[in-house]
Design a protein around this ligand. Structure first.
Ligand SMILES: [Zn+2]
Length: 93
């Protein structure tokens, strides 16, 4: 059994989807080094697993408590319009 998981390049914000075996699924925030087709080199990627769930968790958490990587990923994904579309909730930083 596999599940799709999304990883975000911490350098450029490119989103990369991979299939992982369920037993091998990593925690949200896991950093994996992968080749980024946009940067054209190996870059650290932040595992968000599911964009919608990730954003949902973010709108319901205290922004100030996120680590630097989470903040960076949010700056790539986190324009308010997108978050509102994904979560159906108003979002303010
Ligand atoms: Zn990149």
């Amino acid at each position: 059994m596999t599940e799709e998981t999304s990883l975000v390049c911490l350098e450029c914000g490119n989103i990369f989807n991979i299939q992982r075996r369920k037993s091998r699924l990593k925690q949200v925030g896991h950093i994996k080094h992968l080749y980024c087709i946009s940067c054209e080199k190996i870059q650290p990627h932040y595992e968000i697993r599911d964009i919608k769930e990730f954003l949902w968790k973010c709108v319901n958490s205290d922004y100030n408590k996120f680590d630097e990587y989470t903040k960076k990923v949010l700056s790539f994904l986190g324009d308010s319009e997108r978050i509102e579309k994904e979560t159906g909730r108003r979002y303010r930083k």
